[in-house]
Design a protein around this ligand. Structure first.
Ligand code: PRX
Length: 655
């Protein structure tokens, strides 16, 4: 492993405010220490206790952890529950009229849904799905705009034991097709169009295109929610309108009781090689992770107005929109639009309008809002806010300070939460009533999460030194397997080289400082983090190579002040080296191509052409050289193994 050096040197410390120290759900270091010690002393008993405290069981579990088939761990595996029952029915007796969702549309319209109303909507759709022949264990793709209906669709699947797989509405028909076929989806729930930032994007037409690509015979039904009312293609043999099938469906739907390990959903995410991975989560363990983190990290209070800005197409929108807040009985905001439409103060306007108390977003959004209007938050009344959160990538200290001072008015702690699609819920994050904050650090592992930094053999390493971030003990909300690919699951997350496959390998490099604070440094694999979204370099490379003009392509990341990382592609064309006057045309053609193949988020920011790529004599592309070139750095590395050194000059000049 090359030495990983840290460049951050942050010494500011923000202790918990008096308010949090007194009123935090976990307040004071004694309470925190007690939890940590309890977890360390008896890991299983600790989690069993949480599972009994938070989850409503239809049939209680007697076995906490089954580790007989490592690394395919099972938690609470003889217990039975229903996740939708835990998110909705449990509140019907105590707070049926509490607002569950405050929906803010792209145009600024507000729709409120109470727990009673949400329960009815979910039951109606669940009954309708059953009537269409969707059963327990069937896979349903959800390709929806950010509206109440997206959550209703997820919850309805959970209610009948169907396994949902949400595909982000920004993904192309090709990406959608890949997910439909890998999942073997029986139904697709979509909308005519989505409306974001004043623009309409076709969803139903994209679904049709994906289905027409072949190998999609598993899809029997397409359920279409009418969002915009535009004319869309409709196949009466296969397609049904959401409003038609739910109209006369009953308001009640007995939940399907499932085993704790029954898959709640799969969610596709990028890896370093090949195709996206279908991360498979369980029902009980996953739900538990979202609930304890709501309680510990977001310090959830019944009076909160909670707002996680993530789309349900990502794990953050699963855990902290569709499941965690509802299971806790919270009132939450769901926003259909974008932070900058119709003006750059939209986020702050919504906080002000709905008196948001807890606001959770990504550093990339924060950086773009700083750029568009650093003083804009001052124009709004943000006094309702009490807690801020950050997720998706390391937050740079300048952005942290702006968020803290301008948005939180130096009153609100910022919980910087490190976790992944695969971990299901927060792993390393501060408990705001206990842990002092350091800008840029996600602070300390949660109680019951055995995170550590190790070297390439799995040995613990000294504070201050960079290494691999691992989690040494199994935890309830972890990924169970990769859909249809248990071998890849084992190899990727529990590699033999590291402690004989005993540890969960996160794929991040990090270091711990002398106070035990974790600092995330970046990925150790070929995965880019663009605007908080994971993109595999290989995925973009394969998309480029699929273009008839392209012979070879290599993709690397380079730092970007808003997006975190920008995508830089080095491309060898099939024909002659492009003339100066044709370059711009080819660049825009290839960018559009990648948008079509994967989705606009994967568009290369920069494309450089070469007659070849820098390769070793054995034909391996030397990516570290490409990274240096992309960043405009002088090449100081050893290039003696390089087959064609002259190519470096060409690629350096090629932009
Ligand atoms: O590299 C880490 C980064 O995002 C990766 C996980 O991406 P994804 O599965 O898409 O989930 C994102 C939302 C949970 C991690 O491997 N990451 C996530 N949160 C942080 C982070 N890096 C630094 N600090 C964070 N708070």
């Amino acid at each position: 492993m090359p030495t990983i050096e840290s460049i951050l040197n942050e010494s500011r410390l923000f202790p918990p405010t008096t308010d949090f120290a007194q009123q935090g759900n976990i307040s004071g270091s004694a309470a925190y220490q007690q939890l940590c010690t309890q977890a360390e002393k008896n890991h299983q008993e600790f989690w069993a206790e949480q599972a009994k405290k938070y989850i409503l069981w239809h049939k209680p579990f007697t076995q906490t952890l089954d580790d007989s088939n490592q690394p395919f761990f099972q938690w609470f595996s003889d217990g039975e529950l229903n996740v939708s029952f835990n998110c909705l029915d449990r509140h019907l007796a105590t707070q049926p009229d509490k607002t569950a969702i405050i929906f803010e549309s792209d145009e600024g319209e507000t729709i409120r849904s109470t727990y009673r109303d949400l329960h009815q909507r979910v039951c109606k759709l669940a009954n309708a799905l059953k009537a269409l022949g969707i059963d327990k264990g069937d896979c349903v793709i959800i390709y929806m705009p950010m509206r109440i209906e997206a959550v209703v669709a997820m919850q309805a699947c959970a209610r009948i034991g169907a396994i949902h797989s949400v595909v982000f509405g920004g993904f192309s028909s090709k990406s959608l097709h890949e997910r439909i076929t890998n999942a073997g989806a029986k139904a697709i729930i979509t909308a005519d169009e989505q409306v974001r930032g004043g623009k309409r994007h076709a969803l139903k037409a994209t679904v049709d295109e994906a289905i027409s690509m072949g190998g999609t015979e598993s899809v029997k039904k397409v359920i279409v929610y009418q969002r915009s009312g535009s004319d869309v293609p409709f196949d009466p043999a296969r397609d049904v309108w959401w409003h038609d099938i739910t109209q006369n469906a009953s308001n009640d739907c007995e939940p399907e009781w499932v085993n704790a390990e029954h898959p709640l959903f799969t969610l596709y995410t990028s890896g370093s090689t090949g195709k996206p991975k279908g991360v498979q989560h369980s029902s009980a363990g996953y739900l538990l992770g979202t609930m304890v983190s709501m309680q510990w990290v977001f310090d959830y209070k019944p009076s909160d107005i909670f707002w996680c800005t993530a789309d349900v197409g990502w794990i953050t929108g699963h855990s902290y929109v569709a499941y965690g807040p509802l299971a806790m009985g919270a009132t939450q905001i769901i926003f259909e639009g974008v932070p900058t439409y119709p003006h750059a103060g939209r986020f702050w306007e919504i906080v002000d309008k709905h008196q948001v108390t807890t606001f959770y977003t990504a550093p990339t959004a924060i950086r773009s809002l700083v750029k568009l209007g650093a003083d804009l938050p001052e124009k709004y009344n943000l006094s309702s806010l009490r807690l801020l959160g950050s997720v998706g990538e390391p937050i740079n200290p300048e952005a942290w300070m702006w968020y803290y001072e301008k948005v939180g008015r130096s009153r609100c702690p910022i919980v910087d939460t490190w976790w992944q699609t695969e971990t299901g819920s927060h792993m390393i994050a501060p408990l705001p009533g206990v842990v002092s904050l350091k800008p840029g650090s996600c602070t300390r592992p949660l109680p019951g999460i055995a995170a550590a930094i190790v070297d390439e053999n799995g040995q613990d390493i000294e504070p201050g030194e960079g290494g691999f971030l691992v989690i040494k003990k199994p935890f309830p909300s972890q990924v169970r397997t990769l859909w249809n690919d248990p071998e890849r699951f084992k190899k990727t997350y529990f590699p033999q080289e590291i402690a004989n496959g005993q540890y969960y390998l996160a794929g991040d490099s990090a270091y711990c400082d002398k106070d035990g604070y974790f600092w995330i440094m970046g990925r150790i694999d070929d995965v880019l983090n663009v605007s908080g979204h994971r993109l595999g370099t290989m995925e973009i490379e394969s998309a480029l190579v699929a273009n008839p003009l392209v012979a070879e392509a290599a993709v690397v990341g380079k730092p970007h002040d808003v997006k975190g990382e920008a995508v830089v592609a080095f491309v060898v064309l099939k024909g002659d080296f492009p003339q100066e006057d044709s370059k711009a045309g080819i660049v825009s053609q290839l960018r559009e191509w990648v948008a079509q193949e994967i989705g606009p988020i994967a568009k290369p920011d920069e494309i450089r052409f070469g007659e070849n790529l820098p390769k070793t004599r054995s034909g391996k592309i030397m990516r570290r050289l490409l990274r240096a070139l992309a960043q405009g750095e002088a090449i100081t590395q050893d290039i003696s193994t390089l087959e064609n050194p002259a190519i470096l000059d060409q690629l350096r000049q090629a932009n």
